[in-house]
Every structure is written in structure tokens, then in C-alpha cells.
Design a binder for this molecule. Sequence first.
Ligand SMILES: C[S@@+](CC[C@H](N)C(=O)[O-])C[C@H]1O[C@@H](n2cnc3c(N)ncnc32)[C@H](O)[C@@H]1O
Length: 206
Amino acid sequence: MRAFVVIGQKATASPEFLLHDVPGTSGRLDVLLRCVRAAMLYSHGLRRDTRVYLVLKGGPLAPRVLRIDGSAIRFVRPDERNLASLVKKALARACDAEGFNVIRPGLALAKGALDVVLDDVGPVTPFVLHEGATDVRDATLEVASALFFVGDHLGFDHETRAVIEGCNATPIGVGPVSVHADDAIAIVTNELDRREARIRATLGVW
Ligand SMILES: C[S@@+](CC[C@H](N)C(=O)[O-])C[C@H]1O[C@@H](n2cnc3c(N)ncnc32)[C@H](O)[C@@H]1O
């Protein structure tokens, strides 16, 4: 399983944003929506081995976490408006029970921030995408069960940094330039795809 945890420092945890102006009304939830597309979708397909956690730290209902689980989700389309509509409907739901409240197959909402993610995710090797760190091409990656923390356009806040350090996440870089969060995810995903393909080729399994 691949998991991407995207931190939205200002991204709204409430449904009161406009579908025709997501960047201007949602605390830049659009940045996180592009991360969902990059992590979960490929050309004409959905990655069933991938889970994305959106940590929403903006607005009156924050913090909340939206979990999108590729093993069960259906009807995810690559256009941002469609993704925004999916998230808006999910955020309109209450999440009164402890932990993740399932909204529909593959989509769940929880109160809390990284604490609920770490309680939920199970055994994974944690990495943090960090500019200037060891290049992902040279890194030892746990291909079968890895979790990657990703910052939004503002990077990571202090509280989040402390939690990430507390779980001993290994910093990895994706090149010499600070790229958009969704591009960083696409690079990591591509590296994992390549490594998996090499493993399959070595084993003679396709
Ligand atoms: C647009 S960048 C954040 C820039 C922000 N101004 C900052 O100072 O952190 C969004 C996120 O993508 C990831 N990222 C971007 N470029 C990267 C790189 N070259 N190597 C590793 N991660 C990168 C990091 O997780 C970063 O927090």
C-alpha cells in the first residue's frame, strides 16, 4: 500500500466554498485536489493500492482528515471540479464517531489531524518529501508499504513538523527545484512504479 498524507495548512475542513472559485474560497483546497489526482489516477485508471489522507487545517470545523482509499473508491475523475464536488459533499457530513466515519465506499472523514492518520494507517515505512533531502532515485524505499508526508504551497507548519519528526520519517527529495506538491507526488509515484516493474521483471511476474 502507498499512502500520501497531504497537509493543507489553510485548506478548509468545511463545505462552504464555491465550486466555481475553489482557489479563492477554500484556503487553496485546489492544491490538495491536484495531489489526489496525482496520487490516485493514471491514464484511464485508478490506483487500487493507494490511499490519500487530506489533512484539512483551515476553517471553523478544522482540523479534519478526509481519507480516499483506492481499494474501494469509485467514480473518481481527474478534473478538479469533479474532485472538488466530491470533497464538498463529503465535508457536509458530520463525523461524530471516533476515528474515520465512512461516507461512501472508499471515502471517510475524521475529526483530528495527523494523530488520526497515524492511528489509522497501519504498518508503513514513513518518508517526508523535503527539498534538499536525499534524492528519491538514490533512496532505499519500502515499495510495498510506504507513507509519504507532503506539504502544500506553504510547506509544513511547526506542529506538523514535530509529529513527522516524532515518527522518524526519512526525508527524501525529488530533485534540485522546489516543485508543486502534486508534481512531487507524481515523481515519487513514478519512481515506485519503476521499482515495482523491475521487481516484477526480476520475478518474471506481469
Ligand atoms: C510547493 S512545495 C512547498 C514550498 C513552500 N514554500 C516551502 O517552503 O515549504 C510543496 C511540497 O512539495 C514537496 N516538494 C516540493 N519540491 C520538492 C523537492 N524538490 N523535493 C522534495 N519534496 C518537494 C514538499 O513536501 C513541499 O512541502
